[in-house]
Design a protein around this ligand. Structure first.
Ligand code: MIC
Ligand code: SF4
Length: 639
């Protein structure tokens, strides 16, 4: 049978289940990655599992998110993470070494392997032909302990790339065009495979920009074949031995297929406040800009920043606009320095940040009130940049660089010929990646006061009586459920403290009302919990007594995170039931354990005096987790 790429990799890793859409399968995970903002929880959970050493082929702990260190908290977290890495056999990428996805691509990714990461942009690795999937920290902890990763068999969509990119149009425009067509929920439950005659012309960093933002489509993963481009990239990184050819068989059948003609693309940007609100630069017009930010795991390869430096060379950033650059990795930053591009950026007036997530997650560089910022990043959810009333546009580096010079959104095609970008040898220097000792048994784990014990849920009761704490619209992001930014991110290892901010962007009274209610439910629309993989968006509501989320549909990672922490994810059966429900209604579900085994679950709305039926899509395995009050409880019960 002719297999697509997804089937080939899944077959090589299948531990249980059938590769038929709809069913649940378990796969072997070869590599894991964590970052510091989700990593502390992941490792606290891993410690609870009692393993002596990680059992994956390779596990890496990156420090890239929480690097501002305004007080002791982040530094405490870093010290804890470094000691855990040495203790359990995990590579440790030190702060300043770069953003997890960029560094993993450069130094560790291997075509055909599986990678599970506690960050939603882990699918960046698909640019190398890896099956790379984002997950909550607990799932990553299980994989590190040698356990399988469970997922619903995804549908596979092929994106057929034809034609050639016009000058000044780049990889970011390809993925923005897909977001325009498919929206932020168009990829939910799917793996997106890229193929067609134009794939061969795309470099690995370009492919990685596309697979990175597959996360914004809601896709489980995105995949490019492993071909000559992949071999060249790995050879340049001194890792040609990791290469293997991998491509879909001719005649492989896909669940869905679309064609994108690159010839017809133009420079695009996503408008506030969603990555799928995409328009052409011309449609948007010359919007004045207070800030331009170039970097993030989407667009901070050497080639991206070299292009920006070449455009900026000999010119000066517009007086109205602040330009900040956060290089994707130390490798990229060193290469920019060696070839002189860094000097060009500095001379033009760019503000150079360390190689980290930085402004992408609101860790500094919040733009002014009511301002407009243009960023080469992947998310522009309201308030994520740190300024609640700012508007963020997302574009590629060419648009960003010319816009920084003009002080307004500008079309790079008016800037003449596309420049020649010289190639240069890759600088390979892994001294900021600490290899764990052979035997970490004697390593002492260092816990500062910011590292608080992990809260656990209680087993599911027979009857749930809950107050509707909040009713939301569609596409609620985990940034809205559990915001990040310089003030809140340092509390990631302290669930009681971070819980105070749950749903703060939507309703500042939420945490207090939840605590007073004692037992709560959240009513959501479509694609509830899109965006980040942060399991804090489940853990912190759990801490506040949220027992269930009743939504029209869920984003994949958040659905699993809710289950992992014993919060019941329920589905509306009809839009009328959603319409009728009101905040503060008191809902009761009786005979829960029995009802969960049946087709529908009956809920009594005691406030309004009616009954309605809801559904769930929990597998028998997930039901067991929910009954136990979460995965850690279940693992403990099973010894
Ligand atoms: C993000 O881009 O939203 C983050 C910050 O990288 C998150 C992880 C987190 O919340 O720590 C993600 O994408 O999963
Ligand atoms: Fe970091 Fe932003 Fe990438 Fe998330 S999306 S990993 S915050 S650079």
């Amino acid at each position: 049978m002719a297999d697509h790429l997804t089937a080939k990799i899944l077959k090589e890793h299948l531990l249980s289940g059938q590769l038929r859409p709809g069913g649940e399968i378990a796969i072997k995970i070869d590599q894991t990655l964590t970052q510091d903002a989700t990593g502390t929880m992941a490792y606290l959970q891993f410690e609870r599992m009692g393993a002596e050493r990680v059992r994956s082929e390779l596990s890496v702990s990156y420090i890239d998110h929480n690097t501002l260190q305004g007080s002791f908290e982040n530094a405490d977290d870093h010290r804890y993470l470094q000691s855990v890495a040495a203790r359990y056999g995990i590579y440790f990428s030190r702060p300043g070494n770069g953003i997890c996805h960029q560094v993993h691509l450069e130094r560790f990714g291997i075509p055909g392997k599986t990678l599970l990461g506690s960050d939603s942009h882990t699918p960046t690795g698909g640019g190398l032909g890896m099956l790379a999937i984002g997950a909550g920290g607990l799932d990553v902890a299980v994989a590190m302990a040698g356990g399988p990763f469970y997922l619903d068999v995804p549908e596979v969509m092929r994106v057929n790339l034809v034609g050639a990119l016009p000058p000044w149009v780049g990889a970011k425009d390809i993925i923005l065009e897909l977001l325009r067509r498919l929206t932020v929920k168009g990829g939910v439950g799917k793996i997106i495979e890229y193929g067609g005659p134009s794939v061969a012309g795309l470099t690995v960093p370009q492919r990685a920009t596309i697979t990175n933002m597959g996360a914004e489509l809601g896709a489980t993963a995105s995949l490019f074949p492993s071909d000559e481009q992949t071999r060249r990239f790995l050879a340049a990184q001194g890792r040609e031995g990791a290469w293997r050819k991998l491509q879909a068989d001719a005649g492989a059948r896909y669940d869905d297929e679309i064609t994108l003609d690159l010839d017809r693309l133009e420079p695009l940007a996503a408008c506030p406040h969603s990555p799928d609100a995409v328009k052409s630069i011309n449609e948007i017009g010359p919007m004045p800009l207070d800030q331009v930010a170039i970097g993030s795991c989407t667009n901070s390869s050497f080639q991206d920043l070299l292009l920006a430096a070449t455009i900026l060379e000999g010119r000066t950033v517009h007086p109205r606009t602040s330009l900040v650059i956060s290089p994707g990795s130390r490798q990229v930053l060193m290469m920019l320095a060696r070839c002189g591009a860094l000097e060009k950026l500095i001379a033009a007036g760019a503000r150079i940040l360390e190689s980290a997530c930085g402004p992408c997650i609101g860790m500094g560089q919040a733009p002014p009130s009511g301002s407009i910022s243009l960023r080469t990043f992947n998310r522009n959810f309201q308030g994520r940049c740190g300024t609640a009333d700012a508007g963020v546009y997302l574009s590629g580096p060419a648009v960003a660089a010319v816009s920084a010079l003009e002080g307004r959104i500008a079309d790079p095609r008016r800037w003449g010929e596309f420049p020649d970008l010289p190639e240069m040898p890759v600088i390979i220097d892994d001294r900021m990646i600490i290899t764990p000792p052979e035997d970490g048994g004697a390593v002492k784990i260092i816990r500062g006061p910011n590292i608080r014990p992990l809260p656990l849920n209680s087993a599911l009761p027979d009857t749930l009586s809950m107050t509707v704490l909040l009713k939301t619209g569609d596409n609620i992001t985990t940034d809205q459920i559990m915001p990040a930014g310089a003030k809140i991110l340092p509390l990631r290892s302290n669930i009681p403290a971070i819980s105070e901010f749950v749903f703060a962007p939507l309703d500042e009274s939420f945490s207090q009302r939840a605590r007073e209610a004692g037992s709560g439910l959240i009513a959501g629309g479509e694609n509830y919990g899109q965006g980040s993989s942060r399991e804090h968006a489940a853990l912190a509501p759990m801490h506040l007594g949220v027992k269930a989320v009743l939504a029209k549909s869920f984003a994949r990672i958040h659905h699993t995170n809710l289950i992992n922490f014993g919060i019941l994810p329920l589905l509306f059966d009809s839009p009328q039931d959603y319409d009728r429900l009101r905040r503060d209604d008191r809902l009761v579900i009786n005979n829960l354990p029995d009802q969960l085994g049946q087709d529908g679950i009956c809920i009594a709305n005691e406030t309004q005096g009616y009954k309605f039926t809801v559904k769930h899509r929990l597998s028998p395995r997930q039901l067991e987790i929910i009954r136990a009050g979460g995965l850690l409880n279940l693992m403990r019960a099973k010894g």
